[in-house]
Structure formats: structure tokens, C-alpha cells
Design a protein around this ligand. Structure first.
Ligand code: B1M
Length: 210
């Protein structure tokens, strides 16, 4: 519908007010939260990801799109729960212990939500045991860790070790990212995958649970 289209362009153009207004209007017109999420927000985040990949969008555009989507998600989240919409998967995400950088992690979280995941965001400075506990309580099948400091990267293998120790390493896929992180590092520490940016992180998450 025209209103869904407004949600779509609002997210792509990063217009938070437009998204919030149009989401409210679509609900009033009788669209389900699921329809709004899938045909409006997720489709738009897909387009944002494509523009980012083609070099037309950069981090600032991703940030405003994420903020616009967040505005709509705040309205939809309780309704999605009420509608019992099955997420494609459940992710626990956080920035590792000792590390306070969260801008990239927040983008990754938004792109994952845009791809249909239910995301539990533990924030920054997340201790290994906290990742483990969150997986136990949420039933997540994916763990996503971000690190921006070479000094805190070591807390990635420490977190993987905590999953081993808890006996649930085989219950989750673990993916990592952040500026100093590489594919090679991911392989070395026994992570299941690495993604260089938020868009590819969402795609990797989908492929890890497929
Ligand atoms: Co700090 N910082 N910082 N910092 N900071 C860096 C990272 C640094 C490279 C700057 C520099 O010296 N050139 C440097 C690290 C050096 C190193 O370790 N090699 C550094 C340092 C040293 C520090 C402090 C130690 C400074 C000090 O106090 N002396 C301190 C540490 C605090 C702590 O964490 N304990 C510190 C503090 C801060 C601020 C608080 C001031 C602030 C953070 C604010 C916040 O996040 N809320 C900050 C910032 C903003 C930066 C820079 C400038 C920008 C980081 C950022 O947000 N980039 C950064 C320099 C730089 O990168 N140019 C720097 C934008 C963001 C969108 O990109 O986070 O890379 P990024 O995320 C990308 C990808 O990496 C990827 O997707 C994202 C989007 O495409 N990605 C993932 C990220 N996580 C992923 C997870 C995935 C997959 C992909 O899967 C799970």
C-alpha cells in the first residue's frame, strides 16, 4: 500500500518521523505488524544494505536509516510479540568485556533485526559468563561479538571458552566482527564466522542458521 511505501522510503532516506507516523497510520489502516515489518522495514533495510555495498551509502546513512527503523521498531515490537511472529532466529549480541565501543555493534544489531532476527543486545563491556547466561535464558542460536580494540579481542576466545565450559558450545553459532578483527583471527579462535560490516553480518547470520 501507499503507507507501506512511505515506511520503506522513510527508512531508506533515514526519516525517523516519517517512519513513526507511517507505521502508526498503517496500523490504523489495518496492516499487521508482520506485514509492516516485512514489506516495509525489512525490505527497506535490504535496500539500505545494497546501497551500502554499492558504495552509494556510507556509515552516516546507515546510522540514520537504523535510527529511523528503530523508531518504527519501538512501535512494532510489542505487537510482534502479541502476533506471535516467529523470528528467523535469535541472536545475543554484545561488545566484549573491557570494550565500550558500540556504534558498529548497534548497526549490526539493527541490520540483524532488519533481517528478521530477534536480537538481545547486552550492550558493551560484556563478560563471557554474561553471554553464556543470556543464551541460556533467551534460547538464542547465535552469538555475535564485537570488539574495536586490539586489547579486547582476546576476550573473544575467552567467551568461546566460556561456552565450551558451560557445555553449550555446540548449541550456538558464534560470529565476530569489529575493526581490528579478521577472518583469519576468527578461524584461529574457532569462531563460526566473521563479517567485515553490518550488512554482511546480517547475511552471515542468516547463512549460519540455514
Ligand atoms: Co575509541 N578507539 N577508544 N572511542 N574509537 C578506536 C577503535 C581507535 C582505532 C582509535 C585510534 O586510536 N585510531 C583506537 C583503538 C586502537 C587499537 O586498539 N588498535 C581506540 C582507542 C585506543 C580508544 C581508547 C582506549 C582511548 C583512550 O581512552 N585512550 C578508549 C577505550 C575505551 C574502551 O572501550 N574501554 C576509546 C574510547 C572511545 C569513545 C568512548 C570516545 C568512542 C566510542 C563511543 C561509542 O562507541 N559509543 C570511540 C570512538 C568513536 C572510536 C572511533 C573514532 C570510531 C569507532 C566507530 O564507532 N566507528 C575509532 C577509530 C576508527 O575506527 N576510526 C576508535 C564507526 C563504526 C560504524 O564502525 O565500529 O568499525 P565499527 O563497526 C563496523 C565494522 O567494524 C563492523 O560493522 C560495523 C558497521 O559496518 N562490525 C561488526 C562491528 N562489530 C561487528 C560485529 C560483527 C560483524 C561486524 O559480528 C558480530
Amino acid at each position: 500500500s501507499a503507507t507501506i511505501q512511505e515506511i520503506y522510503t522513510g527508512v531508506v532516506e533515514g526519516d525517523r518521523d516519517q517512519v513513526v507516523e507511517a507505521v502508526q497510520q498503517a496500523l490504523n489502516e489495518g496492516d499487521s505488524a508482520e506485514t509492516i515489518l516485512k514489506q516495509g522495514m525489512m525490505a527497506a533495510m535490504g535496500e539500505v544494505g545494497r546501497l551500502f555495498e554499492e558504495g552509494e551509502y556510507f556509515v552516516p546513512e546507515l546510522l540514520v536509516a537504523a535510527r529511523a527503523m528503530q523508531g518504527g521498531m519501538d512501535i512494532l515490537r510489542p505487537l510482534l510479540v502479541a502476533e506471535d511472529v516467529e523470528p528467523v532466529g535469535k541472536i545475543v549480541i554484545g561488545t566484549v568485556k573491557g570494550d565500550l565501543h558500540d556504534i558498529g555493534k548497534n548497526l549490526v544489531s539493527m541490520m540483524m533485526q532488519g533481517a528478521g532476527f530477534e536480537v538481545t543486545d547486552l550492550g558493551t563491556d560484556v563478560a563471557p559468563e554474561k553471554f553464556v547466561d543470556a543464551v541460556k535464558t533467551s534460547g538464542a542460536n547465535l552469538v555475535a561479538m564485537s570488539a574495536l580494540l586490539t586489547t579486547t579481542m582476546a576476550n573473544m576466545p575467552a567467551t568461546i571458552a566460556a561456552f565450551d565450559q558451560a557445555g553449550i558450545r555446540d548449541k550456538v553459532k558464534i560470529m565476530i566482527g569489529g575493526a581490528p578483527v579478521t577472518d583469519q583471527f576468527a578461524q584461529k579462535i574457532g569462531a563460526d564466522g566473521y563479517a567485515p560490516d553490518a550488512n554482511q553480518a546480517a547475511r552471515l547470520a542468516l547463512s549460519l542458521i540455514a
